[in-house]
Design a protein around this ligand. Structure first.
Ligand SMILES: [Zn+2]
Length: 316
């Protein structure tokens, strides 16, 4: 693992300009919601965030995710299997085929820039714009590259060239920035005025953060290819789920029962608004033991995955 300072420096040196992204989810929004992490959305005007660190001071405090957006007629978004999982990617293969043809006209350039996998950055943040927003706890933020490069630049000491770690438990900094509308389209947006602020004290309940690796939607080659080729996917939804489900061995195991809920397709699940109810069921009705000893985020995540697998099995 590289140090936080080196990681921030390295990011600054390696990243190019600001590149946009498309629509649809590429992380498992539903499971993040079940764990109590709502999505942070920046607003036009001033924004104030404190960034939290899921990586205990090492490497990056964000997760860089490469996605292909606007894929096929449904304009879907997929995590690039090549860049993220070191697996073959139909979109990257298509890019290679276009390259190999050797055409260098404007149309080809435009097509390539549409097909490229583009980076997004996932962060855990506290919205510090008001007492209420602070009280609403940890949120996850799908940040565009310009936000990350601007934060990294704001954290750089101009004299020494060293970076301050904004997430540091004692010397960390809050971040303020302005989001400005520059035109009529959705993408006509500018982020500016990044500055360091005083942080609010880190609460204990903000410290137990999962890795974003757990939430990346891992689509199959076939699924992406089918969408790209223009035929709608008929791939079973199970294939979308990334991590193999590991059985949870907890004392509460005996008290858990499978609810007779019909299997919900993953797609529907990820786009549905997150209900707080789900979590209540999880900790009170199905997991009475949890009242005595609060479950860690990791334990809750394992339980959610296990229940999802049980639901799928029940549906088969
Ligand atoms: Zn790819």
């Amino acid at each position: 693992m590289v140090s936080r300072k080196d990681a921030m420096k390295q990011f600054e040196e390696n990243t190019g300009g600001n590149r946009g992204a498309g629509f649809f989810n590429f992380v498992d929004v539903a499971v993040l919601g079940e764990l109590g992490f709502q999505e942070y959305k920046s607003t036009f005007g001033d924004n104030f965030i404190d960034i939290l660190d899921p990586n205990k001071g090492e490497g990056f405090f964000w997760k860089e995710v490469f996605i292909h957006s606007n894929v096929g007629k449904e304009r879907r978004t997929f995590v690039c299997p090549n860049k993220m999982f070191n697996e073959p990617c139909p979109m990257c293969e298509e890019i290679q085929r276009i390259y190999d043809r050797g055409e260098k006209n404007e149309g080809t350039k435009k097509l390539l820039s549409k097909l490229y996998a583009k980076p997004r950055y996932l962060l855990f943040v506290i919205d510090t714009s008001s007492e209420d927003s602070i009280a609403s706890g940890v949120k996850w933020y799908d940040a565009p590259p310009i936000v990350i490069s601007s934060i990294t630049a704001a954290c750089k000491n101009k004299r020494t060239g060293e970076h301050t770690d904004p997430t540091h438990p004692t010397n960390g900094k809050g971040i303020s920035f302005e989001k400005v509308k520059t035109g009529s389209e959705n993408y006509d947006v500018k982020y500016q005025g990044f500055a360091l602020e005083t942080r609010v004290p880190i609460q204990d309940s903000w410290k137990d953060l999962p890795s974003f690796d757990e939430f990346l939607l891992h689509s199959t080659y076939k699924e992406i290819d089918t969408h790209y080729s223009g035929v709608l996917a008929t791939t079973p939804v199970e294939e979308k789920v990334a991590a193999p489900v590991e059985p949870v061995q907890t004392e509460a195991g005996t008290s858990r029962r499978t609810r007779s809920v019909s299997a919900t397709p993953v797609e529907e699940k990820t786009e549905a608004p997150v209900e707080a109810k789900k979590e209540e069921q999880l900790v009170t009705e199905e997991q009475p033991v949890a009242e005595e000893k609060p479950m860690s985020t990791k334990e809750r995540l394992e339980l959610i995955r296990k229940r999802a697998a049980e639901k799928r099995e029940a549906g088969n």
